[in-house]
Design a protein around this ligand. Structure first.
Ligand code: G3H
Ligand code: ZN
Length: 289
């Protein structure tokens, strides 16, 4: 029997008003899914599970939808986001399947093409018969959640999203949330610390658009979370750090038990490693000591 949980839109609004952010974490397997849900459940917080086009293809759109639905039926505020979907058809497929939110990523397109794509997705979402939250992207920050040797190709850290462009983009598309380029990058520098975010720019954009902002590329930006959230970021995305935690735990597990063949034993430490990482991040996003 489904218990009453708030809508994703309500959790985001609530977080924004209270100076907190909802955590968004990507998965491409069941272990990470369990780790994230365990963490959110322990802290009694809502959480967003994200799947990019590649992650979704690997996990299965129907399968991940069913898993998240099962969590909601247990009364857990777990939501599903189509993270970085690049075409109208891929966004539409996730809306049709029942995802709670979609990210239409036209950041690599021209401003006009990006507006046209986002607008089409917003119109489709508004007419789908459910409340689907639509996020647009403005400003290119790279596309891969991986360990980086330097700033991803094509990313210009001295050319951030402007408040003027952001306002125009939001007015012309009607998106519910906006992900700007404010010094953030997808992926994480080898040493684990990324370039600093431009907090002033986040504030300017937030004031200009009046809708919740989303911080992508959160791995490696720990030092700036508190100020970025205060300035208007209502969701923070983390992927690379989860991938690293998973991989390191898997390597250690295989090395410690070379004779073990039961996947549920080999992989248990990976669930725990993801859980630990997500708890650490959720505490930061929610001002919990
Ligand atoms: O959409 C995914 C996130 O923006 C992840 O970025 O890999 O730098 O944490 P990250
Ligand atoms: Zn992202």
């Amino acid at each position: 029997m489904e218990q009453k949980i708030k809508t994703l839109r309500e959790y985001i609004e609530e977080a924004k008003t209270q100076g907190r952010a909802v955590g968004h974490f990507n998965i491409s397997n069941l272990e990470a899914f369990h780790g994230i849900v365990n963490a959110a459940t322990k802290l009694n917080l809502p959480v967003i599970i994200g799947v990019s086009e590649g992650e979704e293809a690997f996990v299965g759109r129907d399968e991940i939808f069913a898993l998240v639905k099962a969590m909601k039926e247990q009364g857990k505020p777990v939501f599903l986001n189509a993270d970085h979907h690049y075409t109208f058809d891929s966004v539409k497929a996730c809306i049709d399947r029942g995802f709670d939110s979609v990210i239409v990523d036209g950041a690599a397109l021209s401003f006009e093409e990006n507006v046209a794509l986002a607008k089409k997705c917003v119109e489709y979402a508004r007419n789908c018969g459910r409340d689907v939250v639509v996020e647009g992207e403005l400003g290119y920050i790279g596309q891969s959640s991986k360990i980086l040797e330097g700033v991803p190709e094509g990313v210009l850290l001295d050319s951030l999203t402007t408040a003027k462009d952001a306002k125009r983009f939001v007015e012309e598309t009607g998106v519910d949330m906006l992900a700007p380029a404010v010094g953030n990058i997808h992926g994480m520098f080898k040493g684990g610390v990324d370039p600093r975010l431009n907090i002033e720019r986040i504030k300017e954009i937030s004031d200009a658009v009046g809708i919740p902002l989303v911080l992508h590329g959160g791995s490696g930006n720990e030092a700036d979370f508190a100020e970025a959230i205060k300035a208007g970021m209502a969701i923070v995305h983390i992927n690379t750090e989860i991938r690293v935690a998973y991989k390191e735990a898997l390597e250690e597990s295989l090395e410690a038990h070379p004779e073990e063949v039961a996947p549920y034993k080999i992989l248990k430490p990976t669930v725990e490693a993801v859980e630990e990482k997500v708890i650490e991040k959720l505490k930061l996003f929610n001002n919990i000591d």
